[in-house]
Design a protein. Structure first.
Ligand code: FES
Length: 114
């Protein structure tokens, strides 16, 4: 597991979204009423960025391309045309900073031991 620093809490207003680059692919981070959620940024149906989608008060997001809706909490696809879920990621706030935990490890920079 790798912990990514996403942003400061104050940098993402209620109802806003942020695209966060991560080792396994970009992640969409949302603030809904002070709760932060992280899901895959790429829609499971096509090549659309969920961070450019429409954030709803019920912690769902609508894809900007074909209007499929997803639950931010579970990643579940709630309506057609999407059927596959989005992956979700744990979010933790520590001292005003938002962190996202992603699978895998960041490649080490520098020489390797023999
Ligand atoms: S690309 Fe998101 S619903 Fe089609």
């Amino acid at each position: 597991m790798t912990r990514i620093t996403a942003c400061e809490v104050s940098a993402l207003a209620d109802g806003d979204a942020l695209k966060v680059e991560a080792p396994g692919g970009a992640i969409a981070l949302f603030n809904v009423d002070g709760e932060f959620y992280a899901v895959d940024d790429r829609c499971s149906h096509g090549n659309a960025s969920m961070s450019e989608g429409y954030v709803e008060d019920d912690a769902t997001v609508e894809c900007p391309l074909h209007a499929a809706r997803f639950c931010m909490k579970t990643g579940a696809a709630l309506c057609q045309p999407a059927t596959d879920p989005l992956r979700t990621y744990p979010v933790e706030i520590v001292d005003g900073t938002v962190y996202i935990d992603v699978p895998g490890s960041v490649a080490k920079i520098g020489g390797s031991q023999r």
